[in-house]
Design a protein around this ligand. Structure first.
Ligand SMILES: *[C@@H]1O[C@H](CO)[C@@H](O)[C@H](O)[C@H]1NC(C)=O
Ligand SMILES: *[C@@H]1O[C@H](CO)[C@@H](O)[C@H](O)[C@H]1NC(C)=O
Ligand SMILES: *[C@@H]1O[C@H](CO)[C@@H](O)[C@H](O)[C@H]1NC(C)=O
Ligand SMILES: *[C@@H]1O[C@H](CO)[C@@H](O)[C@H](O)[C@H]1NC(C)=O
Ligand SMILES: *[C@@H]1O[C@H](CO)[C@@H](O)[C@H](O)[C@H]1NC(C)=O
Ligand SMILES: *[C@@H]1O[C@H](CO)[C@@H](O)[C@H](O)[C@H]1NC(C)=O
Length: 601
């Protein structure tokens, strides 16, 4: 009964509320985030050993006044010195930035003067090749066929290729021009495969069409009209203000060896000032729970400012971006959930009969979730500064929703703990390296040199024979850096007498690769990120570094001039490219079977 009644009631109040003048958002602490919820969140923080959590709940008053109730919950620590989270603490909201991008595309589509100047309208089904001269893909049909809608709904056929991301002199324009070197994993519109590069590409529309930076376009048309004064894309600005939370990582976590790691503040932020620009469209917004509460109220209010009722985003754009286009998940993961569809930077599914629209975000050290129930006038924003904060965030989100809808709470904590334990077990289900060792077809030392990929850039592997024997001369300096010493001191590589390569691989989400020999020409790869060098460069005291990714595992095969083209290089596998779903495996051997191929140069 409860399920049916609540949506009906709020439908009625929604219709009534429209005739009533809007007022400024008010605080009415305690109805949405009750003292019981405060207690629950604090117990969750200690259960998951987590750092901090910032929560905002937004709901239009169900009484006749029509005012917006906005409540904040601030828990735990924002920064290494123990300073507390507040509603104004800035978080990297990561992929929750994608909705700003999708809406910017919608605003350009609705722009009449732009259409007049171009002589044609921009449309959701405009082919991107007709707008961006830099555009190109490996597959010609895909290159010619991709529409803006396909990019926003993650159905171009390109897998993530996230590890190709680094700061480029020529910005987004240069990044777009390297996409032609990335191998697709499905056909155009075959299936949903999440892809950040497409959102980065679309951030090039304001520069191309209006000679305006993407960041200033968003500031002018979204942040400013909504009074989101603390929202920014600038890492320098956020750091100068001193309110940017520190993302906490679990230093030296390696679930394969049962190591949870040590929770450590990641100082400084993973992008240094000036490095963040390409990331803006896919994940660059730095903002607070307070600013996001206005953003979500605007979305619930069909694009109109919650206090002035002025249109900030046309209603049909708010509607369009939330309309499912791709099947994100064809099967529900829990009985209370429905399958999920994906629109433009928005997931859509239902929870216990209530339809919701949301998106998650994941940046190094930050996890975020922004959820709204369009038919029930409810928004829930949860921001975590813990790399492992996903479970915590979800339990808090569901607990608040159960409370607001007056439903019997579900024990999500147990479910997420079980699911984490299962993931750890799966991570540990590895095949041991054969003993005696099955050596590769060529000596390890011949696998050194310079190798390169058109989009991922170059690398130079250094061979570490074993702890007891010497190092290759050219690589001694690298091997002696403190960060590499920490990598080599960890289990599963040279420490355990496994022949190992260390590969400097400074990208956004990595600094080093570790190749640990498995059998024949196959190596196990760890994608490692450390802030040791960034800290040293900026004069932070020694110690306090973060090193993560030891259990972030892939595979690489040495191809020693034996394939048809006689080429030498490294063939990455094991879903290094980040495809989604059960699409056809790559056929062939050597280079042909590589998700990402680094050939000798
Ligand atoms: C807000 O604006 C819409 C569209 O103009 C209008 O239909 C509605 O009545 C307005 N609401 C209030 C409270 O003024
Ligand atoms: C939290 O840390 C304690 C040790 O400080 C440990 O016993 C416990 O297992 C940890 N809990 C989780 C969920 O990692
Ligand atoms: C619309 O296009 C004009 C140029 O034709 C530009 O000045 C204006 O800023 C654009 N507005 C939006 C919301 O895109
Ligand atoms: C684009 O804007 C810059 C300054 O923002 C200006 O110098 C340049 O002339 C503009 N280009 C065009 C084609 O309008
Ligand atoms: C690691 O975390 C798990 C829970 O996720 C806990 O059961 C275990 O005791 C922790 N191990 C250590 C050594 O703290
Ligand atoms: C190393 O790679 C092999 C071959 O794919 C795999 O069977 C094994 O489980 C991997 N080991 C680790 C530690 O990832």
């Amino acid at each position: 009964m409860v399920r049916l009644l609540v949506p009906l009631l709020s439908l009625i109040t929604r219709v009534c509320a429209i005739q009533i003048p809007f007022q400024r958002p008010q605080f009415s602490k305690g109805t949405l985030i009750t003292p019981e919820i405060d207690t629950f969140v604090n117990s969750q923080l200690s259960l998951w050993n987590s750092s901090g959590l910032s929560v905002a709940v937004v709901r239009q008053d169900t009484s006749a006044s029509g005012t917006w109730n906005i409540e904040f919950g601030s828990y735990g620590t924002a920064q290494a010195d123990g300073s507390p989270v507040t509603p104004d603490t800035l978080f990297a909201i990561a992929s929750n930035s994608k909705l700003f991008l999708s809406i910017s595309v919608g605003l350009l589509i609705k722009n009449e003067s732009l259409a007049a100047a171009r002589g044609e309208k921009l449309r959701w089904d405009t082919k991107i090749k007709d707008v961006l001269p830099e555009w190109g893909l490996m597959d010609e049909d895909m290159q010619n066929g991709v529409m803006i809608q396909d990019m926003l709904s993650h159905r171009t056929g390109l897998p993530r290729h996230d590890y190709s991301a680094f700061t480029r002199e020529g910005g987004v324009s240069e990044m777009i021009s390297t996409m032609r070197f990335l191998r697709p994993s499905a056909e155009l519109r075959e299936r949903y495969q999440y892809n950040n590069l497409m959102y980065e590409t679309l951030s090039h529309l304001p520069p191309t069409l209006l000679n305006q930076t993407y960041e200033s376009y968003i500031t002018e048309h979204l942040f400013s009209p909504l009074g989101m004064a603390s929202s920014t894309y600038s890492v320098a600005e956020a750091e100068e203000r001193g309110t940017l939370a520190h993302g906490f990582h679990w230093d030296m976590q390696d679930y394969l060896f049962g190591l949870n790691g040590t929770r450590t503040a990641t100082v400084p932020y993973f992008h240094r000032p000036g490095e963040e620009k390409i990331w803006a469209g896919a994940g660059g917004v730095l903002t607070s729970a307070r600013d996001l509460s206005v953003w979500v109220a605007m979305l619930l209010n069909n694009g109109r400012h919650p206090s002035t009722n002025e249109t900030v985003v046309p209603e049909d754009v708010v509607e369009h971006v939330a309309l499912g286009v791709s099947v994100q998940r064809g099967k529900a993961t829990y009985p209370e959930l429905s399958p999920k569809v994906y629109g433009c930077g928005q997931d859509r599914y239902s929870y216990r009969g209530y339809e919701l629209i949301e998106h998650g975000g994941s940046n190094p050290g930050f996890k975020t979730q922004v959820t709204r129930f369009p038919n029930n006038n409810l928004g829930v924003i949860v921001l975590s500064n813990d790399e492992n904060g996903n479970s915590l965030m979800e339990t808090v989100k569901w607990r608040i929703i159960d409370h607001v809808f007056d439903l019997e709470p579900i024990d999500w904590t147990k479910r997420y703990a079980d699911s984490l334990a299962k993931n750890i077990r799966e991570n540990q289900a590895v095949t041991p390296r054969p003993s005696p060792a099955v050596l590769p077809s060529a000596p390890f030392s011949t696998m050194e040199g310079t190798f390169s990929h058109g989009a991922y850039g170059p690398f130079q592997p250094c061979f570490v024979q074993s702890k007891s024997t010497g190092l290759s001369a050219a690589c001694t300096a690298l091997i002696n850096t403190p960060v590499v010493q920490r990598i080599l001191g960890s289990s599963g590589s040279s420490k355990d007498s496994i022949p190992t390569f260390i590969v400097p691989f400074k990208r956004w989400f990595s600094t080093h690769l570790r190749f640990a020999h498995f059998a024949g020409n196959t190596f196990n790869v760890s994608l490692i990120w450390s802030n040791a060098e960034a800290r040293k460069a900026e004069g932070y005291p020694e110690g306090g570094d973060v090193l993560v990714g030891l259990d972030d595992r892939y595979e690489v095969e040495w191809v020693g001039g034996t394939d048809a083209d006689g080429e030498e290089g490294w063939a990455f596998k094991g879903n290094f490219w980040g495809k989604e779903g059960d699409v056809r495996p790559l056929e062939g051997v050597g280079k042909d079977a590589a998700e990402v191929w680094f050939g000798r140069v």
